[in-house]
Design a protein around this ligand. Sequence first.
Ligand SMILES: Cc1cc2nc3c(=O)[nH]c(=O)nc-3n(C[C@H](O)[C@H](O)[C@H](O)COP(=O)(O)OP(=O)(O)OC[C@H]3O[C@@H](n4cnc5c(N)ncnc54)[C@H](O)[C@@H]3O)c2cc1C
Length: 596
Amino acid sequence: MFDDVMPGGGFLVATVPLGRTLTREKLTDMQKEFADVARKFVENEVIPRVDEIEVKAEEDGMPLVIKLTKQAGELGLLAVDIPEEYEGLGQDKTTSMAIAEAMYGCASFGATMGAHAGIGALPITLFGNEEQKQQWLPKLAYAELISSYALTEPGSGSDALSGRATAELSEDGKYYILNGEKQYITNGSWADLSIVFARIGDKYTGFIVDLHSEGVSRGVEEKKMGIKGSSTCSLIFENVKVPVENMLGKPGQAAAIALNILNLGRLKLGFGALGNCKYAIDLTLKFGSDRKQFGQPIITFDMQKGKLADMVADTYAVDALNYRAVGDIDKALEQLEHDDTYFDKMIQVLKTYALECSISKIAGSETLMSVANSAVRMHGGYGFCEEYRVERVARDNVVDTIFEGTNDINRLTIFATLTQNIFGAAMPFREFMENLDSDLRNGKVGRIDAEGPLGDEIADCMAAKRVVAYAIDHALIHCGKNIKNDQQVMAAIADMMVALYKMDSTVARAHQVMEDIGEKKAATHLDVARYICYKNGQIICNLATDIIHSVVTPGQLSQKLSNLKKLIACLERPVNVVELRRRIAGAIIEAKEYNL
Ligand SMILES: Cc1cc2nc3c(=O)[nH]c(=O)nc-3n(C[C@H](O)[C@H](O)[C@H](O)COP(=O)(O)OP(=O)(O)OC[C@H]3O[C@@H](n4cnc5c(N)ncnc54)[C@H](O)[C@@H]3O)c2cc1C
């Protein structure tokens, strides 16, 4: 095992990063202050007006949600990612993510603000030239102008770089003439500008497009399942004159812009989902404590406690892995010199964390989906009615699994990045496997010894890494180049990586809390770590067994399964999960809120 955790899945072959990850407990006063400002703004200004936002009410001649976005701008909440030299606040990514987390409770507002300040502004920060930054960023920092991001087309969704919009240089060489249609564009009806992708010949290229230009029209609003208060429509470009100086980056750089912007977008989505998980838990706690059946609050029924414990533990895992990922990204960014190539280097750093960003997106959105689903069911019939907010949380969340790259596409990203790093020796996977194979051959497979109240869980993580690596190695050996046709195997590998990152990050965070406040006060953190390790250990063992069954030839199957069983045996130990769930739920019920 290696102590250095390389980005791009290096945690697979590294020790549990005890004391070496960012956790929410380590946020600085400044970072907490930004999150508090965001939370108070949402609580005081946004949540009381959710019903109006959802029907796209207008105020002062503009959509209410846009008015609120401008108000958030006045508080500086849109300027954190924008460098100070362009009138932004130039804060680190952790601050930006803590704000995203705090924005829970109205996903329509979150999507509007996110499309503006995230995918709508970040391409200019990262890929714009000096003039473009001077021209646009100060106006975006405080929402004087509203932005959007137009990549998707009717025939080009997941295959995002296959768009057919065209940009032809005008005869006088002053403009690109833009033609094409973009679909499902957040803020489409309201935005003043858009980052639009179009082809100059065969070179797919980004442009900053003024949406008030002649030839731009906007389609009708989509009738959506959720985030109904946000705008989603098509943008149609007919011979739109885009000044040549509005080209973003270089011709043919669309892939670099689109894919790198998505990395931070995915992480932000993971943080937004985290906030909404806590929101759904708190709504459920309140409802379940007030609502009585058979003479007792429904939250005190054992079965409901079991569900609550799952909601809490899964949310904790997302919290731990999100802050770990952004903390690692910030640490890498801090090393960069602030010279002319700073943003190029920043893009490279973000690229190396593509895998962790995809995990955050999948873990966040899918945890929220299950948390919201449990929240609705725990509300009974009330959960099915609009008046109770969990109904909206459940509907709004579905799109989190679709945009910023569907979760399927994110699974493919995890697989592609991981294998690239394995084959490119960017992580010491081969050495890890050589040790593992040697231990199997010499009958030396066993649990590592780790001390302390989380010793068993640390040993679980290390054992789980061996199970995951064994399955990956066999999938790569047996499928060879054909693995690109074995998407189910690729998805299973991605899911094992998600489960492993949850375990590893949860144990690291709980350990840190225990060190800080002592074992007794950290009791619920430790219980959550125990439960997350048990739960995700099971997921990993099942997926690894599926993979070995599916990829290994019949002649070798029994020997490979026997090896796998030896590795899985290192994860098997007595865990009273029912008791664990009761304790976790009991602590949260007593606290009357998600307080971890
Ligand atoms: C509310 C909303 C807001 C949006 N906002 C924006 C925006 O602001 N800007 C923008 O550019 N886009 C936006 N989008 C578009 C969004 O990014 C796309 O919907 C998404 O990328 C999926 O593309 P698609 O809808 O064409 O689905 P498809 O690509 O057709 O996918 C359909 C299904 O096939 C699966 N699939 C596709 N390819 C593969 C593959 N290779 N292997 C396995 N499975 C595959 C997908 O996972 C999915 O389950 C928005 C969408 C919505 C719904």
